[in-house]
Write a protein that binds this ligand. Structure first.
Ligand SMILES: Cc1cc2nc3c(=O)[nH]c(=O)nc-3n(C[C@H](O)[C@H](O)[C@H](O)COP(=O)(O)O)c2cc1C
Length: 332
């Protein structure tokens, strides 16, 4: 087999292959990160530190009455809890950086600009290779406009970007009114955009008639929206888009690269198949590139991004033509 160049980038950080481990419990300890590197992960995105998490700790101590009632205690615990959380995250970054050669990308889940600006600087000083902003707010406030949510996110990205000199990537969900323009704007403001984050999903148990959490892990058919939007937008975003959600085999990873992703982030498939998934994916990608005469990932990435010939598939949303048997009610 010929030697293949499968190197690429995520958020302007160079990586040896497109297979990046997504932010999750898989990347929450140094031992797990070392193990992922040994199986060929090209970079890891650390488990996020959540604004919500810090606030939860805070309210639990408050409820327990441990902190008393005075404002002085309030301030003390606020400082103390935040400090501990932040310190252990910083420690994770610097220990991971010492333990592995692959890029270590920190992840912060933010909903407000203020809280995270100083934190982003601390992350930079802990030697992280980049920061991923996990941006999400459920847009269920009927008194807010669509612009309120997108402007708030743009403000967070611009503030963090102007605060640090390491690359800043953004991971978003698909609850935006004007998806194309939002992706393009996010890409302009940052070093790359991951499409899409997957959240915990609601479900209902009809036996007990209770609400429950839906599946924590993604399914193998969940990649199509990432494929659509990467296909439609990669060439309008300086090829700075990264794929996430539903990548359960090498074939899907290759599809996303062909649509224009510069790298793919994986969590559920590694939870299900172990880190061996990564080494297998790397070998299968090289084998496929050999069979298809690609010597470098450069000729793979974006080969099937939306253009005159392919836009029909990326843009199609309605069941108009070509579905005769379904429209006749015949398909089973
Ligand atoms: C158990 C678990 C924990 C996760 N924790 C985080 C997190 O802390 N921050 C984040 O941005 N995404 C988190 N995610 C989302 C993943 O990074 C990823 O975007 C999502 O699972 C879709 O990719 P997949 O289909 O490969 O799982 C988590 C996912 C799982 C399954």
């Amino acid at each position: 087999m010929k030697t293949m160049d499968i190197s690429t980038t995520i958020y302007n950080v160079k990586i040896d292959s497109p297979f990046v481990v997504a932010s999750s419990g898989l990347t929450a300890t140094v031992d797990r990160i070392k193990n992922l590197e040994s199986y060929g992960a090209s970079a890891i995105i650390l488990k996020s530190i959540f604004e919500e998490e810090i606030l939860l700790d805070y309210s639990e101590i408050y409820k327990s009455g441990e902190m008393g009632e005075t404002e002085e205690f309030f301030d003390y615990y606020d400082y103390e809890i935040r400090h501990n959380r932040i310190n252990s995250y910083i420690q994770l970054i610097s220990e991971a950086k010492k333990a592995v050669k692959i890029p270590v990308i920190a992840s912060i889940n933010c909903t407000s600009a203020k809280e995270w600006i100083s934190f982003a600087k601390t992350i930079e000083s802990a030697d992280a290779d980049a920061i991923e902003l996990n941006l999400f707010m459920l847009p269920d406030d009927i008194n807010q406009t669509a612009e309120y949510y997108s402007e708030r996110f743009y403000k967070i990205v611009s503030s963090v970007k102007s605060t640090v000199s390491i690359p800043v990537g953004v991971k978003i969900g698909h609850y935006f009114t004007n998806m194309g323009a939002t992706i393009q704007k996010m890409a302009e403001l940052s070093d790359g955009v991951t499409l899409f984050n997957r959240y915990t999903v609601p479900d209902i148990d009809i036996k007990t008639e209770n609400t429950i959490m839906g599946s924590i892990l993604s399914g193998e058919n969940e990649y199509h929206e990432s494929l659509r939007w990467i296909g439609l937008m990669s060439h309008k975003c300086n090829n700075a888009l990264v794929a996430s959600t539903g990548i359960h085999d090498t074939e899907t990873a290759i599809k996303l690269l062909l649509s224009g992703a510069s790298a793919v982030q994986i969590a559920s498939a590694i939870y299900q198949h172990g880190p061996e998934f990564l080494s297998k994916a790397k070998n299968e990608l090289i084998k496929w590139m050999n069979e298809h005469n690609h010597e470098s990932l450069q000729t793979v990435k974006g080969k099937l991004a939306s253009n005159r010939a392919t836009s029909n598939v990326f843009e199609r949303t309605q069941f108009l033509r070509n579905f005769h048997s379904f429209n006749n009610g015949e398909a089973r």
